[in-house]
Design a protein around this ligand. Structure first.
Ligand code: DON
Length: 305
C-alpha cells in the first residue's frame, strides 16, 4: 500500500529550495502581504483517510479555485444551458485577458478564466439575489464545515483594484452576455474569490469531483457521473490557464489553481489533493505547488495517463 504520509514528507523536504523563488500576487494589495515561503499539502482519500504536511492547517485565499465551486453549482442547477454563454476551450492567454473577448463577441473561452467565472456568477445571480451566499453555502457543504467564511478584507482589497474585471464585465454586458448589473456581478465575484480554506479543508471540498460527482460522506449527488467527468476534463484543459498544457505534461491530473497559491488536483476514483504555497510562477500558478504535485504523481505513480 502506498505510504502517503512518507511521500508527503519527502515532497516537503524537496520543495524547500523553491519556496523563495515564487512571487506572491501583488495586484490584490491584501495578497501581497502574505509570506511567500510557506507550504502545505493535504490528501483526502475517498474512504476518508487524510494525510497532510507543513502548513496544511493554515487558511489561505482560494481566489480562482472558487471558480470550480461556481461552475459546479451553475452546472448542477442549469445543466448544458450554461454552454450557450461560455465555451470549453483553453484560452491560451492570461486569466484576466480582454483580447479574445472582443473578437469572440463577449463569449468567454471557458469558465475558469475571469470572464467565464463572471458569467457563472451572473447565472447564479439571476437565480438568487445573494449568489455569493449561495456559493459560500455550497463551499460549506462540500467540505462539511459550517465555519468556512469570506475574507472581507481581501474582497474589499480586490474590489478596489478590480479595473480589469470591471472592463471584462462591461465588455460582456455590451455583448449581452451579462444579465445582471456589472456592480452586482463584481461584488459577488470578489466575495466568492475571498473564501478561505486550509489545504485539509480544500482537499475534502474537492472530493466529490474525484468521486464522480457525489459527496463521499453524505452520498449527495451534486453532479451526475457524466457531468463530473466533463468538469474534470475542463480542469485538465483549462484549470491552470495558459499553462494547462505544461501542467498536464508535468503533473498529469485535472487541477484548478488560484493566485492565492492554492491548487486543487484530483485523482478520479481515488482522492483529492490540495497544495498551497503563495509564491507564484509567471503564469500565476503556485511554483512550489506545481512542483509538489509533479513529485506526488511521480512518487505515487498515480495520474490519469
Ligand atoms: O479576479 C481575479 O483576478 C482574482 N480574484 C482571481 C484570479 C486568480 O486566482 C487566477 N489564478 N491563477
Amino acid at each position: 500500500m502506498t505510504d502517503y504520509a512518507a511521500i508527503l514528507e519527502t515532497i516537503y523536504a524537496d520543495v524547500q529550495p523553491l519556496l523563495v523563488q515564487g512571487k506572491v500576487a501583488s495586484y490584490i494589495p491584501q495578497l501581497s502581504e502574505v509570506d511567500a515561503a510557506q507550504f502545505g499539502m493535504a490528501v483526502y482519500c475517498l474512504d476518508g483517510r487524510t494525510y497532510s504536511v507543513g502548513a496544511a492547517g493554515q487558511k489561505f485565499s482560494l481566489q480562482s479555485v472558487t471558480k470550480l465551486f461556481s461552475l459546479a453549482l451553475a452546472f448542477s442547477l442549469e445543466g448544458d444551458a450554461i454552454w450557450s454563454r461560455v465555451g470549453r476551450e483553453p484560452s491560451g492567454s492570461a486569466f484576466n485577458s480582454l483580447v479574445q473577448l472582443e473578437y469572440e463577441q463577449g463569449k468567454p473561452r471557458n469558465p475558469f478564466i475571469n470572464a467565464g467565472a463572471l458569467v457563472m456568477t451572473d447565472i447564479l445571480s439571476s437565480r438568487s439575489t445573494a449568489s455569493d451566499t449561495a456559493i459560500l453555502q455550497f463551499a460549506r457543504e462540500i467540505c462539511d464545515r459550517q465555519d468556512i467564511e469570506f475574507d472581507l478584507a481581501v474582497a474589499q482589497s480586490e474590489h478596489g483594484t478590480a479595473h480589469r474585471n470591471y472592463a471584462i464585465a462591461h465588455l460582456m454586458k455590451d455583448f449581452g452576455n451579462l444579465h445582471n448589473s456589472v456592480e452586482t456581478v463584481i461584488d459577488s465575484y470578489c466575495r466568492q474569490c475571498s473564501i478561505t480554506m486550509t489545504c485539509t479543508e480544500l482537499a475534502k471540498a474537492g472530493s466529490f469531483l474525484a468521486n464522480h460527482g457525489t459527496i463521499p460522506w453524505s452520498e449527495r449527488q451534486v453532479l451526475d457521473a457524466s457531468s463530473s467527468k466533463r468538469l474534470n476534463a475542463l480542469m485538465l484543459t483549462c484549470g491552470t490557464y495558459d499553462a494547462a498544457g505544461e501542467f498536464a505534461y508535468r503533473v498529469g491530473l485535472p487541477a484548478k489553481s488560484g493566485v492565492g497559491g492554492g491548487i486543487l488536483a484530483l485523482v478520479p476514483g481515488e482522492m483529492a489533493i490540495a497544495v498551497w504555497s503563495p509564491g507564484l510562477d509567471e503564469t500565476g500558478n503556485s511554483l512550489a505547488g506545481t512542483y509538489a504535485l509533479e513529485r506526488f504523481t511521480s512518487l505515487t505513480v498515480r495520474s490519469i495517463f
